[in-house]
Write a protein that binds this ligand. Structure first.
Ligand SMILES: Nc1ncnc2c1ncn2[C@@H]1O[C@H](COP(=O)(O)OP(=O)(O)OP(=O)(O)O)[C@@H](O)[C@H]1O
Ligand SMILES: [Mg+2]
Length: 396
């Protein structure tokens, strides 16, 4: 049924499409189908939902009944009617057989990370509809993975991308448009993609330095997702504003409650629009003197974040042996530390001038960058951090 709403525009013949000045309002059509609401009430609900960033009926799924009831002028009966209509029109069956469920999971698109080894670790890339947490020390490659994921999401399908939009919430002020363009131009160059074929208008970045701004942006995002067919939402980084706004142990409980609220909002958005939500996270040293090598370094955010993430990936500098062997001074390792369907496994990738690449590609990318005149960051200096040995042998 969701398709009916989605494809309602497709039934308009192409010749008449251009002449139509006003786009079909799927939210209005959806509201028109509700029997128990008067026309004036429908108008009012339409206006309220629009102000909340819902321009498409699928956006209703990102609200709970309680949240709908809290919107101005929406009574508990109206909220019930909206959700009932949504269930009958778009959700279809509540229970699925194993085969149906499997079918649903396999149709999920995978966003490539830029390094084949990392894609293989994730069985093809970052799946839509999931929460992926990238955590690690500064310079471990968290933001660089986000750039390459964004470009791979924007690339047209015939070039291995999804041809879909990306929303980026920049909470640390670290987003750099030049860097994003550098990564994008590499893919354009190597895949020989005509410039017009990549719609960079589908990429949107918001500077969200405070928690209020994050929540406001997540409210606004409902407008952009259907318009730009967004399939990837990046939050870089998730915990930084929480750390800034809630200091000290005394405020920990309040911080976790607030984090839980933001995570549930993200979950509803991800499930309403089948998006991949990728967030970066900082780390802290484990104060427990009896901690094992595996948990000497922990992602911040506690159990609340731990439960929300479907795939947790720990990023670190690769050992000097790996870096030398592959002539890859920027090599990093990625370890899946928690996932309900992927094994705990480690692999390597590199941070090159064009974003993420395989370790064996780093030298080629450096050469290509010099040939075409890109200035490079100085390769990492001698390792300062102590390398933490885990029982997970490096895959060489
Ligand atoms: N233009 C470039 N060419 C080559 N390597 C680059 C380039 N830009 C960044 N890098 C590499 O990326 C590293 C920074 O990685 P990244 O920005 O992903 O760190 P991060 O894990 O997000 O850190 P933080 O926690 O500070 O945000 C640099 O140290 C460098 O090795
Ligand atoms: Mg970063």
């Amino acid at each position: 049924m969701a398709d009916n709403i989605e494809n309602s525009e497709e039934s308009i013949p192409t010749s008449t499409k251009k002449k139509t000045t006003k786009k079909a309002d799927s939210l209005q059509e959806f509201l028109d189908g509700i029997k128990g609401l008067s026309d004036s009430m429908k108008k009012r609900v339409h206006k309220v939902l629009n102000t909340e960033g819902i321009v498409d009926p699928r956006g209703i799924k990102s609200f709970t009944q309680k949240q709908l009831q809290q919107l101005p002028g929406i009574t508990d009966v109206t909220a019930c009617l909206l959700l009932d209509q949504f269930k009958t029109k778009t959700e279809g069956k509540i229970f699925l057989s194993l085969e149906e469920r499997e079918e649903l999971e396999t149709v999920r698109s995978k966003i490539k990370t830029g390094a084949k080894a990392l894609d293989d670790l994730l069985q093809g890339g970052v799946p839509t509809g999931t929460f992926v947490e990238l955590y690690g020390a500064p310079q471990s490659g968290k933001t660089q993975i986000c750039y390459t994921l964004s470009v791979n999401c924007l690339l047209p399908e015939e070039y291995g991308g999804l041809g879909a939009g990306v929303v980026w919430l920049d909470t640390e002020g670290s987003f750099n448009s030049q860097r994003m363009k550098q990564v994008l131009s590499y893919y354009q160059y190597t895949h020989n993609i005509p410039e017009k074929q990549i719609n960079t208008d589908k990429f949107m970045v918001a500077s969200t330095r405070s928690l209020d701004q994050i929540e406001l942006a997540l409210k606004e995002v409902g407008r952009f997702i259907p318009q730009n067919d967004v399939k990837l939402l990046i939050v870089d980084s998730l915990m930084d504003p929480f750390r800034a706004e809630y200091g000290g142990l005394g405020q920990l409980a309040d911080r976790q409650k607030h984090l839980n609220r933001v995570l549930h909002l993200l979950m509803r958005i991800a499930s309403a629009w089948d998006l991949a939500v990728v967030y970066t996270n900082q780390v802290q040293a484990n104060p427990d003197p009896f901690s094992t090598a595996m948990d000497k370094i922990l992602p911040i955010g506690g159990f609340v974040l731990g439960h929300a993430s479907d795939i947790r990936i720990w990023l670190r500098r690769a050992t000097s042996k790996i870096r030398k062997e592959h002539d890859a001074p920027n090599a990093r390792r990625a370890l899946i530390t928690d996932c309900g369907w992927l094994p705990m496994q480690e692999t390597h990738f590199s941070l090159g001038p064009f974003g993420i690449c395989d370790v064996d590609e780093e030298a080629n990318h450096r050469k290509l960058a010099l040939d075409i005149g890109y200035t490079l960051d100085a390769p990492d200096k001698e390792e300062k951090e102590e390398e933490i040995k885990t029982e997970f042998a490096s895959l060489e």
